[in-house]
Design a protein around this ligand. Structure first.
Ligand SMILES: Cc1cc2nc3c(=O)[nH]c(=O)nc-3n(C[C@H](O)[C@H](O)[C@H](O)COP(=O)(O)O)c2cc1C
Length: 192
């Protein structure tokens, strides 16, 4: 690899995205579109088997190209020696939350989450379920105590979004701000 390419790689933020089989696949669609259009970010994307079914069912779109299989650990993000800068699981099922909280590392998404926690790197989990059981709440408490950020799919209305697209974009922009990828623009803030 030429020297300039190496330098470029070293300055680009590495973001891993995990998509699981919860409702709210439109959040994944928007955040993936934004990240792939951002030249200062390297994006690795993993879908669970269920997400591969729910994504086209909810969005009407084909799966994004270049997905990393969830059933292999031969991936750079699976090792603390090469961890991502940030891992965002969006949307995140209660099943995946339970497995991460139990430390199972039994698929690539759970392993990447485990790596982020052990390396004290950023892990943002966007859960989608309603209502929550005590088990869900305890698992999210465990993950918060371990250092994860639980950022529920609760879009804001104080910016008076005019349609669904704006509502979703407000929320995904907030997540990318939390991830340190793109600062929230003035119009997405309370009292701009
Ligand atoms: C259309 C559809 C919507 C679902 N929505 C949710 C949801 O919002 N939250 C959730 O925790 N599980 C939801 N599930 C159930 C999960 O997909 C199921 O528990 C699955 O085992 C999760 O696997 P994964 O975490 O590996 O993706 C949904 C399933 C389907 C088919």
């Amino acid at each position: 690899m030429p020297e300039h390419a190496l330098q470029n790689n070293m300055t680009r933020k590495r973001v891993a995205i995990g998509v699981t089989g919860a409702s709210g696949q439109i959040y994944a669609q928007y955040i993936i579109t934004e990240l792939l259009a951002n030249p200062s970010v390297e994006t690795d994307i993993v879908f669970t088997d269920t997400a591969r079914q729910v994504y086209p069912a909810e969005t009407g779109a084909a799966l994004p190209a270049g997905l990393i299989p969830n059933n292999t650990y031969f991936n750079r993000n699976a090792s603390g020696s090469n961890a991502a800068d940030v891992f965002i699981i969006i949307p995140c099922t209660m099943g995946t939350i339970g497995r991460i909280a139990a430390g199972t590392s039994d698929d690539l998404i759970c392993r990447i989450a485990d790596v982020q926690l052990k390396e004290r790197k950023r892990l943002i989990i966007v859960p989608r379920e309603t209502p929550y059981s005590l088990i869900h709440l305890r698992n999210m408490t465990t993950l918060t105590e371990a250092g994860a950020i639980i950022a529920p799919a609760s879009p804001s209305f104080y910016t008076n979004p005019k349609d669904l697209q704006e509502l979703i974009q407000n929320f995904t922009s907030r997540i990318l701000d939390l991830a340190g990828v793109a600062e929230l623009s003035r119009e997405h803030r309370w009292m701009p």
